[in-house]
Design a protein around this ligand. Sequence first.
Ligand SMILES: [Zn+2]
Length: 242
Amino acid sequence: MIEIVRIPVLSDNYVWLVHEPASGETVVVDPAVADPVLAEAQARGWTISQIWNTHWHADHTGGNEAIRAATGCTITGPAAEIERIPTLDVLVGEGDTVSLGDVTADVIAVPAHTAGHIAYSLRGERAVFVGDTLFAMGCGRLFEGTPDQMFTNLQRLGALPGETAVYCAHEYTQSNGRYALVAEPDNDALPARMAEVDAARARGEPTVPTTIALERATNPFMRARDAEELGRRRAEKDGFRG
Ligand SMILES: [Zn+2]
């Protein structure tokens, strides 16, 4: 059974440290920075053997170089973004798999937030690392892609088993939820979820990971009927101050 540890860094980023005890391998997903990640691994007696990047943004790759220098780890990331992530050792894309000991991750191409964005789905573990594509009650901004692409991404992620834990790279849940209440005023599942989220945040607790089932019930982007509705909601959220 793998262990997954959340490392909060910068203003609202989550870096994920994943340890597979049988092999002793440890992977860092999207290290924005190096020092807190190295410190967390050391405190647990884990040696970082890999880094997996979901996309090129600096708050997902900024720690690559220093973590590799300290540990000699291998850095895997999207082949389509090699020019933006020169630190990559292993290039992957749709249909490829990556291993962490005996645990296999399927690489899923989810372009839209960035053109080469990928997700890592640990099918056997019911866990998926989605970077900035899917958030609790939200989705990533469409910096390098279209509503059509994001609609496809969220339909694909939404087809994973409902109990799959979704490891997002940011704590955006409260802001997303405030918009979700406006986008879907008749969704009875939303007020209850928001009450839980507000209470958790008031206690200083994280709201990530979420689950695919919870997102199917409360995420206005995953629940959009078509790409047009998703695009309209994404544009509204971009300008939303709630
Ligand atoms: Zn990003």
